[in-house]
Design a binder for this molecule. Sequence first.
Ligand code: URA
Length: 434
Amino acid sequence: MRAVDVIIKKRDKLALSREEIDFFVQGFTRGEIPDYQVAAWAMAVLLNGMSDQETTDLTLSMAYSGEVLDLSGTVDIVVDKHSTGGVGDKTTLVVEPAVAACGLKVGKMSGRGLGFSGGTLDKMESIPGYRTDLSTAEFMSQLKSIGLVLTGQSADLAPADGKLYALRDVTGTVPSKPLIASSIMSKKIAGGAQVIVLDVKVGSGAFMETLQDARELARLMVAIGRLSERKVIALLSDMNQPLGEAVGNALEVREAVETLHGGGPADFREHCLVVGSHLLVAGRKAKDLNQARVMLEKALAEGQAWEKFRQLVIAQGGDVSFVDDVEKLPRAPVIQTLPADRSGWLSQVNARTIGEVSVTLGAGREKKGDPIDHSVGIMVHRKVGEYVEQGEPLFTIHARSVEEAEAAAERLSGALQWSKTPVAPLPLFYGVME
Ligand code: URA
């Protein structure tokens, strides 16, 4: 077999066989197929697409390009969750401890921020000492002892995806649905997941900006699940405006801690309860979503979810005094509030603009490997559909300097659209696919 023939076949809109996909993926992983051929192939996939079967074959080939975890001796049923990425999405920090407190063991390998969207590892690293580089042996042992792990992806897991993703990033081939779906699903399968709850974000602050695109991505991942004998539940959730109020790493940890104490912004808390309920039902800890919600509400109200989070921080080497007293978390030197310059109803609070401003403030990376500043970010005080009086606070900007805060304020004003007549609030979810 020759790599060029596989590229030509995809260029000519023909379906690739499992053997051809395997040859290409394993050859690329071993360094035998050069980047330029893989880039040409990725562009052919972007332009001509892939069938569900081809996408599943690609997923499995990438999943088995490295180590595949076997957690069967450690947990009854391996349930994992994945969010396709958004702004202010700190769901994992609350949902994983909450479901673990309800008896569902969860070990999660998370990622870093990508473009304007935040990443769980960056958020957790706001806590001094917190390790995100656990070995497989440490992962297994912690999952057994406290039933909760939140770490980074080991280099041995789905290495083909790591290599392909880096190439896609610089060849304009990220937004291909078969490539996105196989990238996400290969990592989940390599992590040993039998049931996967996907939070597919849709809107200005998501990779899928329209409901139609998000539905197609969700459908594809559910199909990969069916064809690879894993159960996939995909929730479609709104990402036109940030989730909760906090955007930025330490600010998001604070908000997660508030939520774990039973408080937190109403939209974020509700989002966590819905995602967590699906996890508990999928993991057979609750018979239905209603029962799951009652269990989660109790775990949040009575402190068990918070206690699990503390155990997690301690187990992974974090200084727990920073979450016991969130005032100790990194704090930016300049904190400025941006008041409303008019009265009216908010018809847009653009998540992408807010995410981009947050990256510019230093909360994310402009390019791979850039350091990030855990202290900076934005508190978003108002949501679409709310009436705001002139002078009321819209945003609080946490910045490294007055100049940066002022530049952020200017751009943030452009994230808003106003209406003189009432506007309906945005829904939190658009549906579920199984
Ligand atoms: N997240 C992933 O893991 N892969 C993609 O391709 C896009 C988002």
